[in-house]
Write a protein that binds this ligand. Structure first.
Ligand code: 4GO
Length: 229
């Protein structure tokens, strides 16, 4: 899998390449990442990437031309057109199902906006999918893009060790995860639930399933569906 990222702050993506599962996965060549700075595709001597909004109002808007030329340069390196994603609060919500769907693309291009966002004509002409990571605003699309990438990367076969397989993740069966415990058996007067200490694995599985259901009912009744009953 190949990610191309259009960003004014390419160095932010070292967070993915320098640590953890996403670092091991890139070292194992399970994915590649190339960042593209639209400032390098500007045509004026000041390398301008933003301009004032038509109609007035606060802030600046990312200009069409540097972004379009960046996308063209990316396409020039690929055999086929990439799946182009723009991160914004106006997008469709990112869910674990959406993350799983994205693993099917060989080439994903992530467009990271800054300021008030990008010229809508670039979104209309060149973006396949607008995605939001949640109902809140951050200063740029980079952190949302990294969250999406991390979620996708960890689903690539081989990215997670056997001991951390994605099958037990929250949401993989539409439910929140069960609680987890490790040594010591008692800490500050708090014990591990006795069922986990007894070695009856059928009973442990049943307990964990009941915990998932109860926690989902209590914390996220909105995501409970008929197939969980
Ligand atoms: C994405 C981008 C929030 C999200 C963003 C989100 N804020 N909820 N900010 O996924 C264009 C300029 C959007 C700043 C960007």
């Amino acid at each position: 899998m190949r990610f191309d990222v259009i960003t004014l702050f390419p160095e932010m993506f070292e967070a993915l390449t320098e640590s953890g599962v996403s670092r091991r996965a890139i070292q194992s060549e399970l994915y590649t990442l190339k960042t593209w700075n639209p400032r390098q595709f500007t045509l004026d001597k000041h390398k301008t990437v933003d301009d004032r909004p038509y109609g007035g109002g606060p802030g600046m808007v990312m200009m069409y031309q540097p972004l379009k030329d960046t996308l063209s340069a990316i396409e020039g390196e690929l055999q086929a057109k990439p799946h182009v994603v723009y991160l914004s609060p106006q997008g469709q919500p990112l869910t674990q199902q959406k993350v799983a769907d994205l693993t099917q693309y060989d080439n994903i291009t992530l467009l990271c906006g800054r300021y008030e966002g990008v010229d809508e004509r670039l979104v209309a002409s060149s973006v396949d999918e607008e995605i939001s990571i949640g109902d809140f605003v951050v200063s740029g699309g980079e952190l949302p893009a990294m969250m999406l990438m991390d979620a996708v990367i960890r689903l690539i076969p081989g990215a997670l060790g056997h001991s951390q397989s994605a099958e037990q993740d929250s949401f993989s069966d539409g439910l929140l995860d069960c609680p987890h415990y490790t040594r010591p058996e008692v800490v500050d007067g708090m014990s591990v639930p006795s069922v986990l200490m007894e070695g009856n694995h059928a009973k442990i599985d049943a307990w964990r399933q009941a915990q998932k259901l109860a926690r989902t009912q209590q914390r996220r009744p909105d995501i409970l569906s008929d197939k969980n009953s």
